[in-house]
Write a protein that binds this ligand. Structure first.
Ligand code: ADP
Ligand code: ADP
Length: 225
């Protein structure tokens, strides 16, 4: 089963209006479990739109989105929301960690919300933070962390509830090359250990080249890079 499969996905903003923008014009892609795939495209090409549709944050006008082999296209909003929470992790250019909580709590809280016990959630959070080299920062609030540390914690939070799929939108976009490298290494380590499928939108061609595969978004379609 593919972790993610998009078939014939079409998405237009402001359909029927003079301001209509046909962003996705028939996107087909499939990502297997354990595969880390780069999505490369110029700004404005529709990467964020594609990630939002793939992550069930937005619905396509046509075509289908299947996650873990299950077609989510015609499911209820409620079913899609539950599937998103359980099966998809998101990371953005900015970390979006909760500023008043420690790094550890930021990774614990989504697990509590999903019904985990506190001791199990803390154990899981420490293991994740340790794997990406930020366990020593567990007791600090996000503002006390460097940009690279913040992003590594954001990955841990995204993966806290063991989603099969990670969607990352320019996760190293704000970081210098050396820090990008550290954050990228953390992503690859987590993906390997968790058997995770990841789709990573990036402008960083050097990092893209080291992922399992490159896809380009061009003219509203996805083509091999
Ligand atoms: P990228 O992430 O590749 O920069 P986006 O998916 O954010 O691209 O946007 C693709 C195109 O769709 C852009 O032209 C953008 O202005 C337009 N767009 C994005 N979101 C909306 C929206 N909610 N309403 C209207 N146009 C939008
Ligand atoms: P990025 O590609 O870095 O995510 P964008 O500038 O493409 O940033 O868009 C940021 C967000 O703003 C998008 O996710 C989209 O939802 C929204 N957006 C972009 N363009 C428009 C637009 N023309 N009208 C309304 N919302 C938009």
């Amino acid at each position: 089963n593919d972790a993610l499969r998009l078939t014939g996905v079409v998405k237009t903003y402001n359909p029927g209006l003079p301001s209509a923008v046909e962003v996705l014009r028939g996107v087909d892609l499939a990502i297997a479990g354990g595969e880390v795939v780069a999505l490369v495209a110029p700004s404005g090409a529709g990467k964020s739109t594609l990630l939002h549709v793939a992550g069930l944050l937005d619905t396509p006008d046509r075509g289908s989105v299947a996650i873990g082999g299950e077609d989510m296209t015609r499911q209820s909003d409620r079913a899609r929301t539950l599937a998103r929470r359980a099966r998809v992790g998101f990371v953005y250019q900015f970390h979006h960690l909760l500023p008043e909580f420690t790094a550890l709590e930021n990774v614990v809280l989504p697990q509590l919300a999903a019904g985990a016990r506190r001791d199990a959630a803390e154990e899981r959070a420490r293991a994740l933070l340790d794997r990406v080299g930020v366990l020593s920062r567990a007791g600090h609030r996000p503002a006390a962390l460097s940009g690279g540390e913040q992003q590594r914690v954001a990955f841990c939070r995204a993966l806290a509830n063991r989603p099969g799929l990670l969607l990352a939108d320019e996760p190293t976009g704000n970081l210098d090359p050396e820090t990008s490298e550290q954050v990228f290494a953390a992503l690859m380590e987590l993906a390997r250990q968790e058997g995770l499928a990841a789709l990573v939108a990036t402008h960083n061609l050097a990092l893209a080249a080291r992922m399992d595969r490159i896809l380009r978004l061009e003219g509203g379609r996805v083509v091999p890079g």
